[in-house]
Design a protein around this ligand. Structure first.
Ligand code: CTP
Length: 398
């Protein structure tokens, strides 16, 4: 998503400047081209050598040095986004008033790209009426602000004013400037993770699903422009994009109810959750005590979400199911494709090394209702998500 994107970072004098080291690393790792401007005050907090090494570009500090002129106009036109982070109180005041006394300010005043500000201040400075006023002023100039967080501040006090974390900044830039448009206007409903079927207040029946594949797919669908609702069972996985609607559920029945109320409004439906096929007939209110002899639990079938959605599917909806198989993989997956009226099934085999539950890698075969099949090699779940989403896009456009 960030490959070959040009990001200019202006760093000002704040202790949060140390976070720019990690931010630069994250951006470069994702393929972005990063150039950095430091104000004089910023050099007290972070070394130009560290940042030039990580960004693989000379760090710019002065409008001119050794009779060479840093072309601020060209810099502001080169960038896809100009991020000023951390934004100190002092530079904020300069932005609000158009004071042009260093390279960062000259670049800001001549930039034609979107400008994003990530302030960092002590709570009292952050809450000062002049700061509030300056923030309102810079917003009217069209600049975007990444909200500060709560927590321990450089002063040792706790409160508001911490600069957003590098991962949050990367997610903000991606979400607001670098999503593609292949799926814009499309609504997606996706399920992920396992379900927990309660036996009593202490125990439940579940499976080994980590939710990683479903979460990678959710973020990829969103990155390609779709508006996405994720219905997920219990998982440790987190989403980076706040605009994805996340509905947390526990049981297969909760997941069924959440999905069925969202399904008719969705254009693409991806059922990647490992939903329990059976649930206890009764859930004991109190913890079940150990018995003298063996004990069995009566189970009843859960409602099949993929099947139910397949029954009501409209012509213009695209339904994707998953099949995790251990034997007769293709036959079983094709049977699911037909029985559940899906458009496509993503087949995972538990026999493939390093693929499946808990791994960061996966190996899938896509089976389309037309008979078309695509077998992919072992890849990271993020790369697998890209392949699956590209396949969906090719089918809905084709
Ligand atoms: N699925 C579902 N609701 C259920 C069970 C499964 O939506 N109650 C969906 C899964 O999300 C997946 C697909 O159905 O997309 C295949 O799930 P799986 O459990 O493997 O298939 P089953 O039809 O239950 O067959 P079996 O367990 O016998 O392999």
């Amino acid at each position: 998503m960030l490959a070959n994107k040009k990001i200019l970072i202006g760093v000002t004098g704040s202790i949060a400047a140390y976070k720019i080291i990690l931010l630069t690393r994250l951006l470069v790792k994702e393929g972005a081209e990063v150039k950095i401007i430091l104000t004089k005050a910023a050099t007290d907090f972070v070394s130009p050598l560290v940042l030039s090494t990580l960004s693989k570009n000379v760090v710019l500090q002065e409008l001119s040095s050794n009779s060479e002129w840093a072309n601020h106009v060209q810099l502001g036109r080169w960038a896809d986004v100009f991020l000023i982070a951390p934004l100190s109180c002092n530079t904020l005041a300069k932005l609000a008033n158009g004071i042009c006394d260093n390279l960062l300010m000259a670049t800001y005043l001549s930039a034609t790209c979107p400008i994003v500000l990530a302030p960092a201040m002590d709570e009292d400075m952050w809450k000062h009426p002049s700061t509030k006023k300056n923030l309102e002023v810079v917003k009217t100039y069209g600049n975007s602000i990444i909200n500060v967080g709560d927590g321990e501040l450089a002063s040792g006090l706790f409160g508001e004013g911490r600069m957003a974390e590098p991962e949050e900044i990367v997610a903000y830039l991606k979400e607001n400037y670098f999503r593609t448009t292949e799926l814009s206007g499309k609504k997606v409903l996706i399920t992920a993770g396992p379900t927990y079927e309660a036996i009593d207040p202490v125990r439940f029946i579940s499976n080994h699903s980590s939710g990683k594949m479903g979460f990678a797919l959710t973020e990829e669908l969103f990155s390609r422009g779709a508006s996405v609702t994720l219905v997920t069972g219990p998982t440790k996985e987190k989403l980076s994009f706040p605009s994805i609607k996340r509905i947390n559920v526990v049981s297969a029945n909760d997941m069924y109810n959440a999905c069925l109320s969202e399904a008719s409004a969705s254009d693409i439906l991806v059922m990647s959750a490992a939903v329990a096929d059976y649930t206890p007939v009764t859930v004991e209110f109190n913890k079940i005590k150990k018995k003298e002899n063996d004990w069995s639990i009566e189970l009843t079938k859960t409602k099949d979400i993929l099947f139910s959605i397949g029954q009501q599917k409209r012509e213009n909806q695209f339904l994707v199911g998953f099949a995790l198989e251990t034997n007769n993989e293709r036959e079983n997956a094709l049977q699911k494709l037909r029985n559940k009226n899906a458009d496509c099934i993503v087949l995972n085999s538990l026999n493939d090394k390093d693929a499946g539950f808990g791994y960061d890698t996966n190996k899938v075969t896509l089976l389309h209702k037309s008979g078309e099949t695509h077998e992919f090699s072992l890849k990271t779940k993020k790369e697998v998500a890209k392949d699956i989403v590209s396949f969906i896009i090719s089918k809905i456009n084709g």
